[in-house]
Design a protein around this ligand. Sequence first.
Ligand SMILES: Nc1ncnc2c1ncn2[C@@H]1O[C@H](COP(=O)(O)OP(=O)(O)OP(=O)(O)O)[C@@H](O)[C@H]1O
Ligand SMILES: [Mg+2]
Length: 231
Amino acid sequence: MELFRTQNLTKIYVTESENVKALNDVSIKIDRGELLAISGRSGSGKTTLLNLLGLLDSITEGDVFMNDISFGSLNNKAKSKIRRDDIGMIFQAYNLIPVLTAEENVELALNALDKEGLMRLGINNKADKRNFCIESLQSVGLFNLENRRPHELSGGQQQRISIARAIVKQPKVLLADEPTANLDKENSMNVIDIIQKLNEEMKLTCIYSSHDKLILESVKRIIKLEDGSVC
Ligand SMILES: Nc1ncnc2c1ncn2[C@@H]1O[C@H](COP(=O)(O)OP(=O)(O)OP(=O)(O)O)[C@@H](O)[C@H]1O
Ligand SMILES: [Mg+2]
């Protein structure tokens, strides 16, 4: 069953000095339950493609369909609902809030949900919310660290908090933009193992952007970009 389809997707960044064509006529399909990587050299368009799948940036030409819903047809409110409910993202730089504890960072994802989103998860009160966050942290192997702040944790642990934050809302897809770029081999393998498990056990669709050999060896399919085109 198809989750994503891009149709002649093109992205042009307009800057003061020039227009940069970052994606050129990309038409791909991604099924539910896939574990795949978008690879390619630096500047080939990997982050741009991931950002368009995650509704983080505007499409120049073409379209993205998620569960047959055209992103091009959605207004901003509908887009943010999909972003909040269905899309989990993690980044190279973790993007955690430094003044919040591990648990509070995870809770941010739940606080963004509306009533309907919380009902979908069966969250009725503060205690439910806390349990969801603790369970999410435990599912990425973080036990008894919920009250620590990001700077009191290792890089690998911080990235695992960001995974916990991305998956606590049970999204339809996890988009991971170079999640191992700042990690040593051991911590990279740890993150890769966690994502592999989420894919196998929870059937979570996971899409990486990466040129990390360890990631490319762990996925079932690679989509390669060159100068914004699939090759
Ligand atoms: N906001 C922006 N404004 C202008 N050009 C941009 C912008 N973001 C990216 N680009 C350009 O678009 C192209 C694709 O960039 P993108 O970040 O998608 O590449 P990437 O494959 O993720 O690279 P990396 O491996 O270095 O992360 C590059 O030429 C880049 O310089
Ligand atoms: Mg990138």
